[in-house]
Design a protein around this ligand. Structure first.
Ligand SMILES: *[C@@H]1O[C@H](CO)[C@@H](O)[C@H](O)[C@H]1NC(C)=O
Ligand SMILES: *[C@@H]1O[C@H](CO)[C@@H](O)[C@H](O)[C@H]1NC(C)=O
Length: 985
C-alpha cells in the first residue's frame, strides 16, 4: 500500500513538472519553432537510430529535443545539429522559420533533393553544414543572403550547375571564414569578381568539381587564407603567383590535376616559387599533373622550412634538381617523378633527414645513386626507376632498416648486388630489373624473409646458381629472375616459397629437371621456365595443380608424354614449342606411340569409390604434409572445391578420418571442449603423431544460413595464406558431421588476454599490443588487397584474433566472410553484384559493425576498416565496446572522439599503466606516449562515419608497421635525436 501511494505521488509530481513545461515555459516563439521542426520531421523518411523519437508535439520542451539547443532564456531554438544520424529524406523549407538559428548541421546523413532556397532567410545563421549527403541540383543564390555566415560546408554531395555569384560576392558574405563545396559536380568559374571581398576567409575547398577559368585575382583580398584546395578541376591560366604572394598565412596549397601553366608561356616556374617564399608556415604544395614547364628554380630552397610535402610529379619540368632543395629540412615526401629532369641526383638531397618517401622515377636523371641516401634514417620508399642512372648500388642502403620499397628498375646500373642489402630487414619490394647488374645473387639478399610482395632481378647479367636461400622467402608473391645468365639446377627447396603466385626463370641457362615441388606450390598461377636447358619429364605435380593458369615450358629439352588433363587442359602447343622430345595429347603436339597405364588408373578410381563413405577430407598446409601422409580418405569436392574446374581435377590430398578425430578429442569429450560459438563447438585434440589441433564442429541442428557460413569459411580458408591468417589443416564433411581442423593456437584469443580476471593469461605490454595490431592489419591488408580472391572479413573482434606461441596474431573465423570477385586490382566496394550470394546474413558483432551496414549498405572493405578502428580503440582504452555502450550510452569511438584531442590524458595515462613493461627504461616514456596517441588517432580515422574517408588496410598496415619499428627500436631513434642535437651549432 505504502509503495503504491508513494509511487502515485511521484507520478503526480512528474505530471505537474511536465504540465508546467508545456503550459508555462513555451511561449509563442518556441511554439513556432516547434511547429517548424515538426514540419521538418515530416520530410524525414528514415531514422534508423530513432534520433527523433523524442520530438513530440507535447510532453517534452522543444529545447530538450535531441539535436536542439536553445538560447539561455529557452525561448528560441539556436542550434539544430543532427549530423551523422543516418537520417534519410528531404530537407524541408520549414527550417527557414527557425528565425533565431545560429547553427544548422545536417552533415553526414542521407538527405536527398535540393537545398531549399528558403534557408537564405536565416538571417542569424553562422554555420551551415550539409556536407556528405545526397543533395542535388543547383546551389540557390539565396544562400548568398546569409548575412552572418562564417562556416559554409556543402561538400561531398551531388550538386551541379554554377556556383551562384552572391555566395562569394555579396556585401554580407564578408564574414565567411570557411567555404567547402568540394567533391560535387559544380561547373563554371570561381565567382569571385573584382571588388568582391572575402576578408575573413581562411579555408577555400573546391576540389573535385568541374570548375574552369582562371583563379580569380580577387582571391588576393582574402589575406588570411591558410588552406586552398582547387585540385582536380579544369582550371587554367598561369599559376596564380600574384595572388599567392599576397597570402602570407598560406599553409596548404593544392592545385594538382588542373590545366595550369607556368609563366612566360609555360617555361618559367621561378615567379611561382618566389611568390611562396613569404608564407612562413607553408607546409604542403601539390602541383602534380598540370604539364607545367620550366626548370626547378634554386629559390625553391627558400620556401618555409616547415614544408612537409612537395608533389610536383607528372609535369614537364626539365633541367637538373637544384641542390638548394636540401634546405627544406622538414620535408617527408618529395615527388618529382614523371618529369623531364636530367643531370645527377645532388647528394645534398640526402640532408633532408626527415624524408620518408622519395619518388624521382621516370625522368632522365644520370650519374650515380648518391651513397648518402643511407643517411636518411626514416626512408621507407625510394623510387628511382626509369632513369639513366649508372654505377653500382651503394652499400649504404644497409643502414636503411625502415626501407620497405626499393625500386631501381630500368636504369643503367652495373656492378654487383651488394650483400648488405640483406640488412634491410623490412624490405617488401625489391626491383632491380632491366639494368646491367652482374655477379651472383648474394645469399643475404636471397634470404630476405621480409619480402612479401615481389623480388624482380630480371633482365640483368646475373650469373651463378640460384641461391638455396631463396627458399626462405615464404611470403613473397612473385619472383622474376628471367633474362639473366643463371645456371645450375632449379633447387627443389623453392617449394618452400609457399606464397608464390608468379615464378619466372625464363631465358637463363638452367639445366637438370624441373622439381616436382614447384608443381605443389599451393598458389602458383603463372610459371615460366622457357628458354633454358631443362630436361627430363614435366613433373605430374604441375598437371595436378589447382591454381596454375599460365605455363611456359618452351625451348628446353623436356621429353616424355604430356596429356591435356588437369592444369594443362587450357594450354596450347605454344607452351611446349622447341622441345622435340615431348609427345602427347596437347593440340598440335605429336602423339605418343603406346600407353600402358589404364589398368592402374581404373583400379585406383574403384578403390577411391569404395572408401568414400567412410572418410572425409581436404586441403592442408604443405609443411605438415608428411605428418598426415598415412591418413587416408577421399577428397570431397563440394565443401572445398569452389570452381567446377577445380572440382573436376583428381587430387591426392592427405586425409584425417572421422574416427581419427574421435580418437584425438577423446570422443569429443566435454573435457576437450575449448570454446563454442554460434556455429557449434570447438574441441582440442591431439593426433597420433602428437600434433595439437582445434576441431571446429558444426552444430547440424542449425539452419541453412549457418551451413552456408561453414562452406564459406572452408572456401576462404582454402584460398588464403598469410602468416597472420589462420591456416586450415583439413576439413571433414559427412552427411551427419561437418568439422574444420585448424592448428591449435597455444596462447588462445586476444580477448582472453585483454580481459582475463583469472590471472591465467599473460598481461600484454604495449610492444606486444602494437605488434598484434600490426599482425592483424597485415592479415586484413592481405585479405583486402593481395589475396587471390579478395575477402571482406566482416566479423573482426578480439575473440577472432588468436595468438600463437610467439604471440604472433592470426585472424580467424571467416564464417561470414565474403569473397569478392575482383581481380582487376580494385576491390569493388559499392557494387553489390560483385559479392557472392548469401548477403543478408548480419555482418559483424555489436559494437564493431560499421554504421553503414545498419542502413543496408553492402559489405565492403571499409566496413572491416571500421571494425579494425574499434579494435584499436578497444586495445588502447581497455574497454569493451559493449561496456561503453552500456555505461556511456555511446559507441566506443564516439566516446573517445569526445575526449579528443584535449582530454585524452587520462586515457593515455591509463593505457601506459595498464600496458607498461616491467623493463621499460624511463627515457622511452615519451616514445610510448606517442605510440598510444597515434593508435588513438588511427582508431578515430578508421571509425569515421563516411566510409570513403577511412584509410585503406594497406596504408594502415604500413603506418602500424612504422609504429612497431618505432616502439621496438626507440633507442635508434633517440640516438639519432641526440646526434642531431650535438651536431646543431
Ligand atoms: C620542423 O618542423 C617542426 C614541427 O613543425 C618545427 O617545430 C621545426 O621548427 C621545423 N624545423 C625547422 C628547421 O623549421
Ligand atoms: C639537360 O637538358 C637540357 C635541355 O633541356 C640541356 O640543355 C642540358 O645540357 C641537359 N643537361 C644534362 C646534364 O644533360
Amino acid at each position: 500500500m505504502i509503495c503504491l501511494q508513494r509511487f502515485s505521488v511521484f507520478n503526480l509530481l512528474c505530471l505537474i513538472i511536465l504540465l508546467e513545461a508545456v503550459l508555462c515555459q513555451e511561449n509563442a516563439q518556441t511554439m513556432r519553432d516547434k511547429a517548424s521542426l515538426l514540419s521538418f520531421r515530416e520530410g524525414i523518411v528514415s531514422d534508423p537510430h530513432r534520433t527523433l523519437e523524442d520530438w513530440n508535439s507535447w510532453g517534452v520542451h522543444v529545447c530538450n529535443w535531441s539535436g536542439i539547443k536553445c538560447n539561455k532564456a529557452r525561448d528560441h531554438v539556436v542550434e539544430l545539429d543532427l549530423s551523422g544520424k543516418a537520417l534519410g529524406g528531404t530537407i524541408s523549407p520549414s527550417l527557414a522559420n527557425l528565425s533565431s538559428l545560429h547553427i544548422l548541421d545536417l552533415s553526414s546523413n542521407f538527405f536527398e533533393g535540393r537545398i531549399p532556397s528558403e534557408l537564405g532567410s536565416l538571417s542569424l545563421l553562422e554555420q551551415l553544414s550539409l556536407s556528405s549527403n545526397l543533395l542535388e541540383g543547383r546551389i540557390a543564390a539565396e544562400l548568398g543572403f546569409l548575412r552572418k555566415i562564417v562556416y559554409l560546408d556543402l561538400g561531398s554531395n551531388r550538386l551541379t550547375g554554377e556556383i551562384p555569384m552572391p555566395l562569394f560576392c555579396n556585401h554580407s558574405s564578408s564574414s565567411l571564414q570557411y567555404i567547402d563545396l568540394s567533391n560535387n559536380s559544380l561547373s563554371g568559374e570561381i565567382p569571385l569578381k573584382d571588388g568582391c571581398e572575402l576578408k575573413q576567409l581562411r579555408f577555400l575547398l573546391l576540389w573535385s568539381n568541374r570548375l574552369v577559368g582562371q583563379v580569380p585575382a580577387a582571391m588576393s583580398n582574402s589575406s588570411k587564407l591558410k588552406w586552398i584546395d582547387l585540385e582536380s578541376n579544369m582550371l587554367s591560366g598561369e599559376l596564380p603567383s600574384e595572388i599567392i604572394q599576397k597570402l602570407p598565412k598560406l599553409q596548404y596549397l593544392y592545385l594538382s590535376y588542373n590545366r595550369f601553366m607556368s609563366h612566360d608561356g609555360n617555361t618559367n616556374l621561378e615567379p611561382f616559387f618566389s611568390s611562396l617564399v613569404n608564407a612562413s608556415n607553408f607546409q604542403e604544395l601539390e602541383l602534380a599533373g598540370n604539364n607545367l614547364g620550366g626548370d626547378l628554380p634554386p629559390i625553391i630552397g627558400n620556401l618555409s622550412t616547415n614544408l612537409v610535402q612537395l608533389h610536383l610529379d607528372a609535369n614537364r619540368i626539365y633541367g637538373s634538381i637544384p641542390p638548394h632543395i636540401s634546405n627544406l629540412v622538414n620535408l617527408t615526401l618529395l615527388n618529382l617523378s614523371s618529369n623531364l629532369l636530367n643531370g645527377t641526383i645532388p647528394p645534398k638531397l640526402c640532408r633532408m633527414t626527415m624524408l620518408e618517401r622519395v619518388f624521382l622515377s621516370n625522368n632522365s636523371l644520370s650519374g650515380e645513386i648518391p651513397s648518402a641516401f643511407g643517411d636518411i634514417p626514416h626512408l621507407g620508399l625510394l623510387d628511382l626507376s626509369k632513369n639513366k642512372l649508372s654505377g653500382s648500388i651503394p652499400d649504404s642502403f644497409a643502414n636503411l632498416f625502415q626501407l620497405r620499397r626499393l625500386l631501381l628498375y630500368e636504369n643503367q646500373l652495373s656492378g654487383t648486388i651488394p650483400p648488405s642489402l640483406g640488412k634491410c630487414i623490412n624490405l617488401e619490394i625489391l626491383d632491380l630489373s632491366h639494368n646491367q647488374i652482374s655477379g651472383v645473387i648474394p645469399s643475404e639478399v636471397a634470404g630476405l624473409r621480409s619480402l612479401k610482395l615481389y623480388l624482380n632481378l630480371s633482365s640483368n647479367h646475373l650469373h651463378g646458381l640460384l641461391p638455396m636461400e631463396l627458399s626462405k622467402m615464404d611470403m613473397v608473391l612473385a619472383v622474376d629472375l628471367s633474362s639473366n645468365n643463371l645456371s645450375g639446377t632449379i633447387p627443389s627447396q623453392l617449394g618452400s616459397c609457399i606464397a608464390l603466385e608468379y615464378l619466372n626463370l625464363s631465358a637463363n641457362s638452367l639445366e637438370g629437371s624441373l622439381p616436382d615441388s614447384i608443381g605443389k606450390l599451393p598458389y602458383l598461377q603463372n610459371l615460366d621456365v622457357s628458354s633454358n636447358q631443362l630436361n627430363g619429364e614435366i613433373p605430374e605435380s604441375l598437371q595436378e595443380s589447382l591454381t596454375l593458369k599460365k605455363l611456359n615450358f618452351s625451348f628446353n629439352n623436356f621429353s616424355g608424354n604430356v596429356s591435356s588433363n588437369g592444369a594443362f587442359s587450357s594450354l596450347t602447343i605454344d607452351s611446349f614449342l622447341g622441345n622435340p622430345g615431348l609427345c602427347g595429347s596437347i593440340k598440335g603436339m605429336s602423339h605418343c606411340r603406346k600407353k600402358r597405364t589404364h589398368h592402374l588408373a581404373i583400379l585406383s578410381i574403384i578403390l577411391s569409390l569404395l572408401i568414400t563413405p567412410i572418410f572425409c577430407v581436404f586441403g592442408y598446409p604443405l609443411m605438415h604434409r608428411s605428418k598426415f601422409q598415412r591418413h587416408q580418405a577421399v577428397f570431397d569436392q563440394e565443401e572445398l572445391g569452389d570452381d567446377e574446374e577445380e572440382g573436376k581435377k583428381e587430387h591426392k590430398y592427405p586425409r584425417i578420418s572421422y574416427e581419427q578425430l574421435i580418437e584425438a578429442t577423446g570422443g569429443f569429450s566435454p573435457s576437450s571442449l575449448i570454446g563454442s560459438g554460434r556455429f557449434g563447438h570447438v574441441y582440442k585434440g591431439v593426433l597420433q603423431d602428437n600434433s595439437v589441433i582445434a576441431v571446429k564442429v558444426l552444430d547440424l541442428k542449425t539452419d541453412e544460413e549457418i551451413l552456408g557460413s561453414f562452406k564459406r569459411e572452408c572456401r576462404v580458408l582454402k584460398r588464403t595464406r598469410h602468416r597472420n591468417l589462420i591456416r586450415i589443416i583439413t576439413a571433414c564433411s559427412r552427411p551427419d558431421f561437418k568439422a574444420l581442423v585448424l592448428p591449435l593456437m597455444s596462447n588462445g584469443s586476444l580477448e582472453r588476454h585483454l580481459y582475463s580476471n583469472h590471472g591465467l593469461s599473460v598481461r600484454l605490454n604495449l610492444i606486444q599490443l602494437v605488434s598484434i595490431c600490426s599482425d592483424v592489419a597485415e592479415g586484413l591488408s592481405y585479405l583486402h588487397h593481395h589475396s587471390p580472391v579478395r575477402v571482406v572479413h566482416c566479423d573482426l573482434k578480439p575473440s577472432n584474433i588468436l595468438l600463437d606461441e610467439d604471440m604472433t596474431a592470426l585472424v580467424t573465423d571467416f564464417g561470414i566472410a565474403r569473397l569478392v570477385k575482383g581481380d582487376d586490382g580494385n576491390v569493388p566496394t559499392n557494387d553489390s553484384a560483385s559479392f557472392s550470394s548469401a548477403d543478408g546474413l548480419l555482418c559483424g558483432s555489436i559494437g564493431y559493425i560499421a554504421p553503414e551496414y545498419a542502413l543496408g549498405k553492402t559489405i565492403s572493405t571499409e566496413g572491416d576498416v571500421f571494425s579494425f578502428g574499434v579494435l584499436l580503440l578497444e586495445i588502447v582504452t581497455g574497454r569493451r565496446p559493449t561496456d561503453v555502450l552500456a555505461h556511456e550510452g555511446s559507441t566506443l569511438h564516439e566516446w573517445v572522439k569526445r575526449q579528443y584531442p584535449h582530454r585524452l590524458d587520462p586515457i593515455v595515462q591509463q593505457a601506459l599503466e595498464r600496458c607498461a613493461a616491467s623493463s621499460m627504461p624511463k627515457q622511452y616514456n615519451k616514445v610510448w606516449r606517442d605510440v598510444v596517441l597515434e593508435l588513438i588517432e588511427l582508431g578515430l580515422m578508421c571509425t569515421q562515419y563516411t566510409p570513403s574517408l577511412r584509410p585503406n588496410m594497406q596504408d594502415i598496415a604500413y603506418e602500424i608497421g612504422r609504429l612497431k619499428d618505432y616502439i621496438c627500436n626507440p633507442s635508434s631513434f633517440l640516438i639519432e635525436e641526440i646526434d642531431l642535437k650535438v651536431e646543431a651549432p
